[in-house]
Design a protein around this ligand. Structure first.
Ligand SMILES: NC(=O)c1ccc[n+]([C@@H]2O[C@H](COP(=O)([O-])OP(=O)(O)OC[C@H]3O[C@@H](n4cnc5c(N)ncnc54)[C@H](O)[C@@H]3O)[C@@H](O)[C@H]2O)c1
Length: 319
């Protein structure tokens, strides 16, 4: 059994990654800016949450990270802490401090350990430009052309990861998903589809501010990739494009209408395309992790509805 450090573990990915780790019998330490169990309760039961060791560590405080890493000495690191697209746009300096300097702090602290742990980290499909830039689809070999400052930070991180492999032999694996959805998704540019599912159940009007295609990946599939990569890291510092169900917003709402009749009349679509390619090609990911099943939009949405209905029954579901 392994001891895995999860940075940003109070976030959406963190909740489902922790669940995967704990269900598989591993130990987990979480670093975050403050203990916030809200998203954990979507993914885990009290007995699992009790097993999580929480430490208040800001990843943009390099000295604190170095000290805490020396104390923690994890077998592997899953690095998720970060600020999303709107936050980086509103404050690029703060965004870079957390997303870029923070990742360097984690890499520096990891390589300083006697047995350096591998780092599985969250990159993003935001390293890509729009579909027009990639006529054959955007895959691992496609040139990054980020259309947001957030995407530029993620592209920088991938380059840094490759230098840490070259200079210090530090293993790392980056993942580039696009629109990850599921219970607990509540912040960021691509959080609207998940929130629309809650709105449909609560029968309240809701607006999704983009209409174009995106690649939808259910959070438990993403969690499985992170855990597999952290525990059995490949050589080097690859960054894997993560594909998903490619659908425009109208198709997403049509599926929601099938599962929650009446949803379509309450959800409005405004705005155009997201600035990120939807036609993602993930051949390398599937070759590296053939045992991890894909979860269809239909199934992922059904699982989300299932969790949300329980929340609705106890009066705690919010949009
Ligand atoms: N959600 C998606 O669809 C998606 C898609 C692609 C990439 N990503 C990336 O995956 C990662 C996780 O995404 P998420 O949806 O779980 O995000 P989230 O916003 O739900 O969680 C991020 C967590 O990081 C923590 N954090 C922020 N600044 C910190 C700091 N200075 N020190 C320590 N912790 C800090 C937050 O408190 C939060 O708990 C992020 O890096 C994000 O950019 C997300």
């Amino acid at each position: 059994m392994a001891h895995v450090l999860v940075t940003g573990g109070c976030g959406f990915f963190g909740a489902w990654i922790l669940r995967r780790l704990l269900v598989d019998g591993h130990d987990a330490t979480v670093w975050d800016i403050e203990r916030n169990e809200a998203r954990w309760h979507f993914a885990m039961i009290a007995r699992e949450i009790e097993r999580i060791r929480f430490q208040q560590v800001r990843i943009d405080d390099a000295a604190a990270v170095q000290k805490a890493m020396a104390d923690c000495r994890p077998d592997a690191v899953i690095h998720l802490a970060g600020i999303q697209v709107p936050g980086c746009k509103a404050n690029p300096v703060a965004g870079a401090t957390v997303n870029v300097i923070g990742m360097l702090a984690i890499f520096e602290a990891a390589r300083a350990l006697k047995s350096p742990p591998a780092v599985a980290y969250a990159s993003s499909a935001a390293v890509f430009g729009s579909d027009r830039d990639y006529p054959g689809g955007a895959g691992d070999a496609a040139q990054p052309k980020p259309g947001t400052i957030y995407g530029a930070f993620k592209a920088c991180n991938e380059l840094c990861a490759k230098v840490y492999w070259k200079d210090y032999g530090l293993r790392s694996v980056g993942f580039r998903p696009l629109t990850v959805y599921g219970p607990g998704r509540d912040v960021g540019m691509t959080s609207f589809p998940t929130r629309a599912i809650a709105a449909a159940l609560l029968k309240v009007p809701f607006e999704i501010p983009f209409s174009g295609k995106t690649a939808y990946t259910y959070v438990e599939e993403v969690a499985a990739y992170f855990v597999a990569a952290a525990l059995s890291p490949p050589e080097g510092a690859p960054a894997f494009t993560v594909g998903g169900a490619i659908a425009d917003t109208a198709a997403f709402i049509a599926e929601l209408e099938r599962q929650v009749p009446g949803a379509a009349e309450r959800i409005r679509i405004t705005g155009g395309d997201l600035p990120i390619a939807a036609n993602l090609v993930d051949t390398e990911l599937r070759t590296a992790f053939p045992e991890i099943p894909r979860i269809s939009l239909k199934d992922g949405m059904a699982r989300t509805i299932d969790v949300f209905r329980k929340r609705q029954a106890d009066g705690t579901l919010e949009v």
